[in-house]
Design a protein around this ligand. Sequence first.
Ligand code: RB5
Length: 145
Amino acid sequence: MIGIASDHAGYLLKEAIKKHLEKRGDEFRDFGCDSEASVDYPVYGKKVAEAIVKGDCEKGILICGTGIGISIAANKVKGIRAAVCGDCYSAEATRLHNDANILAMGARVVGEGLAEKIVDTFLDTPFSGEEKHARRIGMIEEDVC
Ligand code: RB5
């Protein structure tokens, strides 16, 4: 299950990405928002982050104007590794190296076509499982650095 959410700035791209997920055959749950009326992005970042930590969703997709604010909010939740990606190289690397569990994108940064490719790359790339990457993720989780 993929949790997806956006603020008002990301609403239209969220709707497009939902259609893309349907085409891919991915199950998703929409945590809002429901229109282009102004809302506060931390609310939506936290909703998806908490669903992942609770185990209701495996991965998340968050969209705001830049992808930055909503990812900062999500990353406040322990166990969340949200990565802002505006290209496929970053989306692949953050899965391979960081085992990122949330993809954040900026609707004012990426177009629909690129966003769909970034989503595909993020969802279809597994964590490398390499010891050095697992160790570094553990350092973040345990706050030992
Ligand atoms: C909303 O105008 C905008 O600030 C928000 O979508 C996001 O870009 C914040 O980081």
